[in-house]
Write a protein that binds this ligand. Structure first.
Ligand code: VGL
Ligand code: ZN
Length: 201
């Protein structure tokens, strides 16, 4: 079972969005082209209530990108983004989601952030994604989406821990911070994640 996991391709992470990833929109045609190579297709969606504690706007005296501790975890305070039912939380209209079998929503608990599609940042609660994938006999997971250095990175780290073979499709992801991406890439490589281009699928 060759499985594609699409992380957070939502307007707020695309150019013009609240937490935009530079050139993030360039991955959309790549993703649409590779979908047919996979037996199973799953997507995640960042889906915050507006009073979410990862938003700087919900902490008086704090500003965007300040760092705090939230539920014992380091937390960057983000601009308001991916608010439930807002335009910014929608998947890009050009993304072909016809064959997506499950959409896993995350970040709904106001008290803790959830970068990974598998667990919240404190590993307190599972989203059920690992169980779904096991029940569907998924073995090899191919990751793409946004942002490479944040939600894609944390999702791959959890997937490796869960025992899945993981790959990052490098031309189907973009980092929020390109410097962090280099660190993240060598760490994931060391942990056993493969890196490839869409043309190598
Ligand atoms: C993300 C920051 C906050 C992401 C989500 O999808 O990479 N980053 N929430
Ligand atoms: Zn978020």
């Amino acid at each position: 079972m060759k499985t594609l996991i699409l992380i957070d391709i939502q307007y707020d992470f695309l150019p013009g969005g609240a937490l935009e990833v530079k050139e993030g929109d360039q991955i959309i045609p790549v993703v649409n082209k590779i979908i047919k190579e996979f037996d199973l297709f799953v997507a995640t969606q960042d889906w915050h209530p507006k009073d979410h504690k990862s938003f700087a706007s919900n902490h008086s005296g704090k500003k965007e990108f300040d760092k705090i501790i939230l539920r014992d975890q380091d937390q960057i305070l983000w601009p308001d983004h991916c608010i439930q039912n807002s335009k910014g939380a929608e998947f890009h209209k050009d993304l072909d989601l016809t064959n997506v079998e499950a959409i896993i929503r995350k970040g709904m608990d106001t008290e803790i952030d959830s970068y990974s599609g598998f667990y919240d940042n404190g590993h307190l609660k599972s989203t059920g994604l690992a169980g779904f994938l096991r029940e569907r006999d998924a073995v090899e997971l191919y990751f793409c989406g946004l942002a490479a250095d944040i939600c894609v990175y944390f999702s791959i780290k959890d997937a490796l821990k869960e025992g899945f073979k993981c790959y990052m499709i490098e031309d189907a992801t973009k980092p929020w911070n390109p410097d962090d991406y280099n660190k993240v890439k060598s760490e994931l490589k060391e942990k056993g994640c493969g890196f490839l281009l869409s043309e190598d699928l």
